[in-house]
Design a protein around this ligand. Structure first.
Ligand code: ATP
Length: 563
């Protein structure tokens, strides 16, 4: 069994009672069904043999067994799904935990649709494993064993056809296991690619329409669908071949067993009265074997789904929670001390020894050309990653020893995401009990907190979205505020008012602004100019712009040259 399948079997271990109930219900149902068939066969045999049959007791036993089969089937359906949903709820919880652990920095390079496929359809696929497979296979093995023993006691020759055929039925999917595994991997991958593309298309519908790219996109999606259909057809062909061969083997076993029974009755090895019973017992072993074969036929798909879920759930965290957290001071300063960082081990160094300080009550502007490393500094301060070398201190404590960084460092990111709901829901994202109206007022947004917000904030204007994001950050009331100015696409009037808001908010915080506008840089207490991952210069605005040919002057276009 592969590691993901072992891991999944382990997921059931936490639900022993539900598993035991599923097993019991299945076993009772299977044994009762086989007993009903055996009783009916015994009745038939005795009638054929011309024996006197006590009709009443036979009818009573048969009736009781039918009721037991019905009740056991009903109970099994209930407990099997109960077990499946318990296990799946646990798995979904672990998937969300995994996403939270590795997000937002690096969702394993996965696309959001691909991730949705794992969260939704891979987990759904596993439902089949838990509800209709594990307990059923164990029961089938038990019934197969018991039926074989009883048939052997009646006459060992009865098994001469049915036992080898039952083994062949089981071997068939094992022989084709390699192909099934390959097809399962391809099927899950093709299905996830299609889901990812569909999600991407729906999210980008506005751009696709505006750039008249919808037709091309539709053709690309059709090609993806064809890919999936091709893989599905291959898988269905293999499944069909297995099903046909299984049916053929079962038919051969039925005819062969009939012949064996006839020969045994004729030679006196078996009484006429036991003939039909012998048929039922010998053929009865084929039912469970076929059931197990059906599971093994789906092995590839189940294994691939298990593998994808397992990969996500066992992905190592980007950063580890501190084992011995320390408390930073209440009025913390942020210190970057010779910070070096690269996103991928053999990739370029994006930060190459960055040092600067943001003191409490101070606003520091981080300035630099595109790609200089400003957003990377922000990501490190939010502890999406840890630096490779150097340190980041918060209130004198290394950031990797600070518990609950989001409660201390809050952000208005470059790409704000608003959720469908109300403005109030969005403002209270990080502080569920915050006064949303006060936070909105602080962000200078005169809007009813109950105003509905469409998915990704589509019902608000760009400026409103920006200020809801600012209100959301202010509501957390964290001592460090990080703001990417790219978000604040406001008109000059609103921009000035926002600056006042931030100035008020900044007085009892440490504020780091990724600044693009001259007005913001001018208002900052301290300016850090980044260039290709290094601090090119830092100081007050006046100091850094004293020389019109200086780096900051050139960046802000104060040197008279087009920047
Ligand atoms: N997730 C990532 N994986 C790999 N490289 C990245 C990643 N994010 C950014 N980079 C690279 O790191 C460098 C610095 O990027 P960063 O986003 O920090 O720049 P920036 O100064 O914020 O730029 P801008 O003003 O354009 O947003 C760039 O070369 C960029 O391509």
């Amino acid at each position: 069994m592969s590691a993901p399948m072992r891991w999944l079997a382990g997921a059931v271990a936490g639900h022993r009672r539900a598993f035991a109930a599923t097993l019991a219900a299945n076993l009772i149902g299977q044994v009762a069904a086989l007993s009903a068939a055996a009783t009916a066969a015994l009745l038939l045999g005795r009638v054929i043999a011309g024996e006197q049959v006590p009709g009443g007791p036979f009818a009573a036993v048969l009736g009781a067994l039918v009721v037991v089969v019905t009740l056991a089937t009903w109970w099994e359906t209930y407990v099997a799904h109960d077990l499946a949903y318990l296990v799946l709820a646990g798995l979904r919880g672990r998937i969300y935990d995994a996403i939270a652990r590795i997000a937002p920095a690096r969702l394993l390079g996965r696309r959001s649709g691909d991730l949705s496929a794992t969260v939704l359809s891979d987990v759904e696929t596993l439902e089949w494993l838990f509800a209709h497979t594990l307990a059923q296979v164990l029961t089938a093995a038990a019934v197969l064993g018991a039926g074989t023993v009883v048939a052997a006691v009646l006459n060992p020759w009865l098994l001469v056809v049915s036992l080898p055929v039952a083994l062949a039925v089981l071997m068939l999917p094992l022989w084709l296991r390699g192909l099934s595994r390959r097809q399962g991997d391809e099927l899950r991958a093709a299905s996830a690619r299609l889901t990812a593309d569909v999600v991407d298309t729906v999210q980008g519908m506005r751009e696709l329409t505006a750039f008249r790219a919808l037709g091309r996109r539709r053709r690309a999606l059709a090609a993806r669908t064809r890919d999936l259909a091709r893989v599905q057809a291959g898988s269905a062909a293999r499944g069909g071949l297995e099903a046909a061969l299984t049916d053929l083997l079962v038919a051969v076993a039925a005819v062969g067993t009939l012949l064996v029974v006839a020969l045994l009755v004729r030679s006196g090895g078996l009484s006429v009265a036991h003939g039909p019973l012998a048929m039922v017992l010998a053929a009865g072993s084929l039912g469970p074997a076929t059931q197990v074969a059906l599971l093994l036929r789906e092995y590839g798909t189940l294994r691939a789904a298990a593998h994808r879920v397992h990969t996500l759930v066992t992905a190592p965290p980007n950063v580890r929670e501190p084992a011995d957290p320390a408390s930073p001071s209440d009025a913390p300063a942020v210190v970057f001390d010779d910070v070096r960082f690269r996103y991928v081990p053999d990739g370029p160094e994006v930060l190459r020894g960055v040092s600067f300080t943001v003191r409490h009550g101070q606003t520091v502007a981080l300035v630099g050309a595109s790609g200089a490393g400003k957003s990377t500094c922000v990501s490190l301060l939010l502890r999406h990653w840890d630096p490779d070398r150097g340190r980041i201190l918060l209130g004198g404590v290394p950031l990797d020893r600070v518990a609950d960084v989001p409660a201390r460092v809050t952000v208005v990111p470059q790409d704000v995401h608003l959720f469908a709901g109300s403005v109030e829901d969005n403002v209270r994202l990080g502080a569920p009990h915050a006064d949303a109206a006060a936070a909105l007022a602080a962000a200078r947004l005169a809007i009813d907190p109950g105003t509905p917000v469409g998915e990704r904030g589509v019902t608000l204007s760009g400026g409103q979205r920006a200020r809801v994001a600012i209100a959301r950050a202010l509501a957390v009331d964290a001592p460090v505020l990080v703001l990417d100015e790219a978000v604040a696409n406001l008109d000059p009037d609103n921009e000035a008012r926002l600056a006042e808001t931030l100035a008020a908010a900044a007085s009892d915080r440490a504020t780091l602004i990724v600044a693009h506008r001259l007005s913001t840089v001018r208002r900052a207490d301290h300016v850090v100019v980044l260039d290709a991952g290094r601090v090119a210069e830092q100081g007050t605005f006046a100091e850094l712009t004293a020389d019109p040919g200086g780096r900051l002057s050139r960046l802000l276009g104060l040197d008279g040259q087009p920047s």
